[in-house]
Design a protein around this ligand. Structure first.
Ligand code: NAD
Length: 304
């Protein structure tokens, strides 16, 4: 047997606030493989998430036995590198004000203080935010576009800058991207498609730079649609899931567990030769040239 064995490894998953998204699916798979999992949660939802965990609101049973228990849960706002970057209105906002040390630098500092100099093996970036995601690119403001790229793409660069030094050689970084980076997906607006294109390009460059500097690998998973909390904000997610089910190479939609298993594999020693790569976990949707749905159109005689 060739097992995925992450026992003795520690992961930090940035971008979990409930049990519906890809971050949770990845945390489950990493824990199943034996890793200890720490979490970074966005300040506005930090209190709700930790309280919901305490009240057993989430499905924490691990497939095959055991329970998902987080080693630490840190507040993290990946839009800010240091406290000086946080505008006064955010700093004074009650949703941030009562939460300590949430910038990326502060979070890395607290992580290091809690867990030690070289204490991290796996860094997962499972977060995105595009305030104008519902707007077509043609109507997106400069501010909205830059916020999408800042929160959803530069955040990976900043996390690797600040957590990279804490990672043990052989460690692995993985993020989540979407095929709208390379093909037009109507409805995925506000500069989010640009942010995902940047994320994929940065994955290649970081794989080289952090590979040479820290001996770690950097990959991104291009996942199909999932009705997560963030995706529901786009407004078309149910249509997308249905469309993928009908039109992927395999006539179904990927699950968070599919993505979790791929992340666990690529972060394990079995993925030691893989870096700088965009890996599709979308039941083969990305490889289709003409979608089966179109056949129904071809079979319908034109009326004019
Ligand atoms: P999700 O709601 O589970 O995760 C998004 C997380 O980002 C949330 O926990 C939210 O609190 C967090 N977040 C937002 N802004 C933040 C900030 N500034 N700092 C820190 N955290 C912040 O939704 P998800 O769909 O699982 O998203 C996870 C990743 O998967 C994202 O990168 C997303 O683009 C990607 N993805 C999602 C889909 C999909 O259809 N759901 C498809 C492909 C890729």
């Amino acid at each position: 047997m060739l097992p995925i064995d992450l026992s003795g490894k520690r992961a930090f998953v940035a971008g979990i606030a409930d049990d519906n998204g890809y971050g949770w699916g990845i945390a489950v798979a990493l824990a199943q493989a034996g890793a200890s999992v720490c979490v970074g949660t966005w300040p506005p939802v930090y209190s709700l998430f930790t309280k919901s965990l305490d009240r057993n609101k989430f499905e924490t049973a691990l497939p095959g036995g055991g329970e998902l228990k987080f080693e630490k849960i840190y507040p993290l706002d990946a839009a800010f590198d240091t406290l000086e970057d946080v505008p006064a209105d955010v700093r004074e906002n009650p949703r941030w004000k009562d939460v300590p040390n949430y910038t990326i630098q502060e979070c890395a500092d607290v992580f290091k203080k809690d867990l030690g100099e070289k204490s991290l093996d796996i860094l997962v970036h499972s977060l995105a935010n595009g305030p104008e995601v519902k707007k077509p690119l043609l109507e997106t403001s400069r501010k909205g576009y830059l916020m999408a790229v800042s929160s959803s793409a530069y955040s990976l660069v900043s996390l690797v800058q600040r957590f990279g030094p804490l990672m043990r050689p052989g460690g692995s970084v993985v993020s989540l991207t979407y095929m709208a980076s390379e093909r037009v997906v109507p409805g995925y607006g506000g500069g989010m498609s640009s942010a995902k294109a940047a994320l994929e390009s940065d994955t290649r460059v970081l794989a080289f730079e952090a590979g040479r500097k820290y001996g770690i690998r950097v990959n991104t998973i291009s996942a199909g649609p999932l009705a997560s909390r963030a995706a529901k904000a786009i407004g078309t997610i149910e249509i997308m899931v249905d469309y993928y089910k009908k039109n992927s190479a395999l006539p179904e939609c990927n699950t968070a567990a599919d993505v979790g298993h791929t992340a666990a594999f690529v972060c394990s020693a079995l993925g030691a030769g893989i870096t700088g790569t965009t890996m599709y976990v979308d039941k083969g949707y990305h490889s289709m040239g003409m979608n089966p749905d179109a056949l129904t159109l071809l079979q319908t005689p034109a009326t004019t």
